[in-house]
Design a protein around this ligand. Structure first.
Ligand code: ATP
Ligand code: MG
Length: 259
């Protein structure tokens, strides 16, 4: 199962207590994500990527405009929209196994089979750490645990906020392959935030390049290559160069919107 997401004329303004002013985090965002698409939001720090994802998750409300899930206005959180936070948030009082079991039980209202939980632990490369608590793991391990916990319940839309950010490049590439495999199997809608141009090209069907202050969509690019993608191919490197140009352009265009 997967679902569509639509963002219509959406803006988000935050109050700034320090100056009694405001900060426009997002300005007139329009984006239509069809069910089953893998799309990434790419842009420099502060351009509103997490804010947009949190609005789709139902954790923030837009100041203007709206966000729709399967054509209906998003109000609050829903297990059909899974979110992996930028700061991976596992339950600290549960072990890695306990975190996965808890997610599966909450989504299905019955306990998962041990063998299923075992296979998620294996995918995360955490079988040997199943009984560890989050504070006993490395940052990368926590991130892997948070990612498989979200994947395990197979939400209709998976919102990923830099889910592989703290990983070394080898682990990162192998989890990119796992993400790809799971998406091709289940075709849930994937909306992923990343700073990493290569990751965006490797995984997504479309790349939304955002520019900061205020957060705007600078360009939406199609990635016309078939999967699995070859990171060394000419069209891959050509697209990387093109995106870099758009990101530079986006920087030149930015205005100061902090009042
Ligand atoms: N709750 C909040 N209150 C006030 N300002 C906020 C809040 N959340 C975000 N902002 C501001 O909105 C802007 C966009 O923040 P956001 O976290 O969405 O950026 P981002 O693109 O995810 O950045 P990064 O790549 O560093 O994670 C920033 O200037 C930030 O300071
Ligand atoms: Mg962010």
């Amino acid at each position: 199962m997967s679902a569509s997401v639509e963002i219509k004329s959406l803006s988000k303004v935050f109050a700034r207590q320090e100056t009694n002013g405001t900060l426009q985090a997002l300005d007139n965002i329009n984006l239509s994500v069809p069910a089953g698409e893998f799309i990434t939001l790419l842009g420099a720090s502060g351009c509103g990527k997490s804010t947009l994802l949190r609005i789709i998750a139902g954790l923030e409300v837009p100041t203007f405009g709206e966000a729709l899930f399967n054509g209906e206005g998003i109000r609050g959180t829903d297990s059909k929209r899974g979110l992996v936070f930028q700061e991976h948030t596992l339950f600290n009082w549960l072990t890695v196994r306990g975190n996965i079991e808890f997610a599966l039980k909450s989504a299905r209202r019955h306990a998962a089979k041990k063998s299923e939980v075992d296979s998620w632990l294996e995918l995360a490369g955490l079988s040997e750490f199943a009984n560890n608590f989050p504070h006993q793991l490395s940052g990368g391990m926590r991130q892997r645990a948070a990612l498989v916990r979200a994947l395990s319940v197979s939400p209709e839309v998976l919102l990923l906020d830099e889910p592989l950010g703290a990983l070394d490049s080898f682990t990162r590439m192998s989890l990119q392959d796992e993400l790809m495999r799971l998406w091709q199997e289940r075709r849930n809608t994937m909306i992923m935030v990343t700073h990493d141009i290569d990751e965006a090209i490797y995984l997504s069907q479309r790349i939304v390049v955002m520019s900061p202050r205020p957060g705007r969509i600078a360009k939406v690019l199609e990635v016309p290559m078939s999967y699995p993608r070859n990171r060394a191919a000419d069209d891959y490197t050509a697209l990387r160069t093109q995106i870099l140009k758009f990101m530079d352009f986006a920087r030149d265009e930015q205005e100061e919107y902090i009042i």
